[in-house]
Design a protein around this ligand. Structure first.
Ligand code: SF4
Length: 317
């Protein structure tokens, strides 16, 4: 997919031909908009788009660290420097054939890492999407998304939805925030560089007040740390109080046994901060990358029951 990795430069540097700056790697891509074979039933996405590779929020459970997603990928952030140019071409083709569908931004990494404030790459892609009248679904942990409220409003009001989604969605933009826990101390351990859960909730509320469809992705739920009746209930109540239209819940997945793999890093973190939970956490995973069926079934039942109790949807539509 990638045909070139160059030295460190900002987007302005790239566009203006300046010398590389330290700290941001640039990557040139052949494709930025990927069409799914089939729309996924959870997020309703027909397309995915990831402006960045890697993520500086450094969540310790994140599956993009380690060897699972290609050649020991580290959390060093890479910016897709030619994304705007490629997106214009790709969307032009899709507009011509009227293949409108929700574009998931960003399905694999964070669309608003701190460097986005300076680079404005996600913003420039949203401007292109707004001009093409495609709908979007954004999943983030960052309050920086507030900066792009103006463009997102245009998308929400003017985007063309696929005919079957038209009666189900209010507008052309779905804004969702992800959480592994609503607990600030726990989040600081597992998501050291990400904005706090409170900041995410407050950001979501602002989008709700502006008429957007909003959601909470309670994923990954951390085994024995954020999965109890009380903790799931707390997340659901907060989601509802801060304006979420829906809450999607899913368990933790952990990959790999190499030193930088998320399974290794996660278990090491549990050993350091919650040694009493190490054995039982390992036990529900065994040699798999997901918790055993009994655990997953119980978590789903708990979340569904509590969503029903608090009258909040456990699906986007
Ligand atoms: S914000 Fe998302 S992509 Fe970034 S490290 Fe955390 S889980 Fe991974």
């Amino acid at each position: 997919m990638f045909d070139k990795i160059s030295e460190n430069r900002t987007l302005d540097d790239i566009f203006q031909g300046n010398e590389p700056k330290k700290g941001i790697n640039e990557v040139s891509v052949k494709s930025i908009l990927n069409k799914s074979k089939k729309r996924d039933s959870w997020f309703l996405l027909d397309y995915s788009l990831n402006p960045y590779l890697g993520c500086s929020f450094n969540c310790l459970y994140c599956y993009i660290r380690g060897s699972h997603y290609g050649g020991n990928t580290t959390h060093k952030l890479q910016v897709k420097s030619n994304a705007a140019e490629i997106l214009v071409k790709q969307l032009k083709r899709r507009v011509k054939t009227k293949e409108y569908g929700l574009i998931g931004i960003a399905s694999s990494t964070e669309p608003y890492p701190p460097v986005e404030e300076e680079l404005k790459l996600t913003r420039s892609l949203l401007e292109i999407i707004a001009r093409s009248k495609f709908p979007v679904s954004i999943l983030t942990r960052s309050k920086l998304i507030l900066r792009d409220m103006d463009i997102l409003k245009k998308i929400n009001e003017n985007a063309i939805l696929p005919p079957d989604l038209k009666p189900k969605l209010r507008g052309g933009a779905i804004i969702s925030f992800s959480f592994s826990t609503p607990d600030e101390k726990l989040a600081k351990i597992f998501e050291p560089n990400a904005p706090t859960p409170k900041e995410r909730l407050e950001t979501m509320k602002k989008f709700k007040e502006e008429g957007f469809r909003t959601g909470v992705c309670f994923m990954p739920v951390l085994p024995f740390l954020s999965d109890s009746e009380k903790q799931v209930e707390k997340m659901i109540v907060l989601a509802k109080n801060y304006g979420a239209d829906s809450i999607l819940t899913a368990g933790l997945t952990l990959f790999g046994n190499e030193p930088t793999d998320c399974k290794t890093v996660y278990f090491k973190t549990i050993e350091k901060h919650f040694p009493e939970l190490l054995e039982k956490t390992k036990k529900i995973f065994g040699d798999k990358f997901y918790p055993n069926t009994k655990y997953q079934r119980e978590l789903n039942e708990r979340a569904n029951r509590l969503c029903k109790k608090y009258e909040i949807k456990n699906r986007i539509v």
